[in-house]
Write a protein that binds this ligand. Structure first.
Ligand code: SF4
Length: 181
């Protein structure tokens, strides 16, 4: 039986959700019998393959134009899109900047901190253009499954992937696997 192909990518986040994915530990060896991770931010291949994957996983919020492009590319190239973590689910920590506005947050972070001298607000095409409002992934593309938490536990991620691989959808996470911190 051909392996199910999974691609992951990240948007505006801290990489903690990917660390939680790696925290699946030796159970990942069981998963590897059934799946192939085609690409991820922590592998040589960074982008989902053009021929597509079955499952796409996104971490992080939509904070800038680059995040929008990455989310749209993943949506176009996967059949099932999973948003992992609070940032991807509803904006999470990055969305705190919505309280003061993007420009005020950038000014405070790069020009006004007590330790800053000659600060500059980063401005590179590689970073994308900051959006006026940070949002969850589903504000930009359709999401099939949310796994909230900051980060979601490795057990929650493993449970969801195992259910998916067993063909049991829609996936309902048992309450004890939710994290609210
Ligand atoms: Fe990091 Fe938490 Fe956001 Fe995951 S949900 S990317 S752990 S801040």
């Amino acid at each position: 039986m051909p392996k199910i192909r999974i691609a992951t990518d990240w948007l505006g986040g801290c990489a903690g959700c990917h660390m939680s994915l790696l925290d699946i530990d030796d159970r990942i060896l069981d998963l590897m019998e059934l799946v192939e991770f085609t690409s991820s931010p922590v592998t040589d291949l960074k982008h989902p393959p053009k021929e597509g994957v079955t499952v796409g996983i996104l971490e992080g919020a939509i904070c800038n134009s680059h995040n929008v492009e990455v989310a749209k590319q993943m949506r176009e190239r996967c059949q099932i899109l999973i948003a992992i973590g609070d940032c991807a689910t509803f904006g999470g920590v990055p969305a705190m900047r919505n309280l003061c506005g993007t420009q005020a947050a950038l000014k405070r972070a790069y020009l006004e901190t007590e330790s800053t001298t000659d600060g500059v607000i980063p401005d590179s095409p590689e970073l994308g253009v900051p959006l006026d409002e940070v949002v969850g992934v589903d504000k930009v593309v359709k999401v099939d499954l949310f796994i909230p938490g900051c980060p979601p536990s490795a057990d929650a991620l493993f449970y969801a992937l195992s259910e998916l691989l067993a063909g049991r959808t829609p996936i309902v996470l048992p309450p004890h696997l939710f994290k609210y911190d």
